[in-house]
Design a protein around this ligand. Structure first.
Ligand code: DAH
Length: 371
């Protein structure tokens, strides 16, 4: 429409600015993504944008004209800038929502089998042992892998000249500043001593952990695992030892009428001492636990020697009890039919996939130890 001649310049300006504003506002509303909003912003407020060009005309105006135009231009500029910003935020929020919707993860879905990690049989068997003894009221104790001569040998009634020191194929560390040679513990028995020295009796603990001997062949590795057991109070006797270990072996091998025999043996730290065998059957290459007439040794045990109690500061005229030591790797091999000990420590993923356990199979007595 042609402009009405009687129209005042200020009215005309207002009308033009209103047109410009509605043009930009509808452009902003129609923008479907952040790039489109940006295009509108540049066409309005960019260096050569239409509002920017308008702003430049202020310099050539008379002060009167400027006093009307300047606030009007600035108001338009602010309104468009705010509208651009609001639309950009809305579009960014919508884009994020859309992305989140497509990337939804259902954490209740089962893990894909090929991606799942596995629990090493040694860890699984340690957890099984802890579940069984935990149920019998034992707690878990530990000690250092680097031991001193006193805890690893002397306190366990193995004096310096004792032949058992040679039998242990000990790894010795270099002499320290005091002339002392520490050792890598050759068994978990030193944890008995540490526990008795640091806690008042009675005691009922197991101590699973790493042990070391300089020995390597198909049935020995320089690092292996044992679990130690110790029960000390005023009246514990050999009958308790037998009952406790029978309960353990039956629960561990999951054979209710497992045959067992306690064979007299010798350890410096127990008197009397015994080794425990379980019944088995060797059928060609296969080994069946709990059947047949053969025997398989699984652990050493005995009544704690009074000298050991005295070394650990316990009055042996009041307290007595039993101890036992089990090779964890060995009973893991027996239970799960794993043929070669060395494979335990070779970190072969295919082996671990085959012999390892699903992490959610936490051993408990109520649900079965391993499923
Ligand atoms: N410490 C022994 C070893 O390494 C195992 C052992 C035997 C531990 C008899 C004991 C025990 O506590 O009573 O071969």
């Amino acid at each position: 429409m042609p402009n009405n001649k009687s129209e005042k310049p200020s009215e005309k300006l207002a009308e033009n600015l209103a047109d410009l504003k509605s043009e930009f506002v509808s452009g902003i509303a129609a923008a479907v993504d952040v790039a489109a909003v940006d295009a509108v912003r540049i066409s309005a407020l960019g260096k050569k944008g239409r509002i920017s060009l308008l702003m430049k005309t202020l310099g050539k105006m008379t002060p009167e004209e400027r006093s009307v135009s300047s606030p009007a231009f600035n108001a338009l500029k602010d309104e468009i800038a705010a509208a651009v910003e609001a639309r950009r935020k809305a579009l960014e929020g919508a884009a994020l929502d859309a992305r989140l919707a497509t990337e939804t993860v259902d954490v209740t879905l089962p893990v894909r089998a090929e991606r799942q990690g596995h629990i090493h049989p040694v860890s699984q068997v340690m957890d099984e042992i802890i579940a069984i003894f935990g149920d019998m009221g034992f707690s878990v104790a530990d000690g250092p892998d680097i031991e001193d001569d006193f805890h690893n040998f002397t306190a366990l009634n193995i004096p310096p000249e004792h032949p058992a020191r040679q039998m242990h194929d000990t790894f010795y560390l270099l002499e320290d500043a005091n002339g002392e040679r520490k050792v890598l513990r050759t068994h978990t028995s030193p944890v008995q001593i540490r526990h008795m020295m640091n806690n008042p009796p009675p005691h009922r603990i197991i101590a699973p952990g790493r042990t070391y001997r300089s020995d390597s062949d198909i049935t020995h590795t320089p690092m292996f695992h044992q679990v130690e057991g110790l029960v000390i109070d005023k009246a514990t006797h050999m009958g308790h030892l037998k009952g406790c270990l029978e309960e353990f072996a039956r629960a561990f091998f999951e054979v209710d009428n497992l045959r067992m025999r306690f064979r007299p043996s010798h350890f410096p730290f127990t008197e009397p001492s015994a080794e425990v065998d379980i019944g088995c059957k060797r059928d060609g290459g296969e080994l069946r636990i709990g059947e047949g007439d053969d025997w398989l040794e699984i652990l050493g045990c005995g009544m704690v020697h009074p000298k050991v109690l005295e070394h650990a500061g316990i009055d042996s005229s009041i307290y007595q009890g039993f101890a036992f030591g089990v090779g964890i790797d060995r009973i893991a091999m027996l239970k799960y039919g794993i043929p070669d000990l060395r494979a335990f420590f070779e970190c072969d993923l295919r082996w671990l996939k085959h012999y390892g356990f699903v992490p959610s199979d936490v051993p408990t007595l109520a649900q079965g130890l391993a499923r």
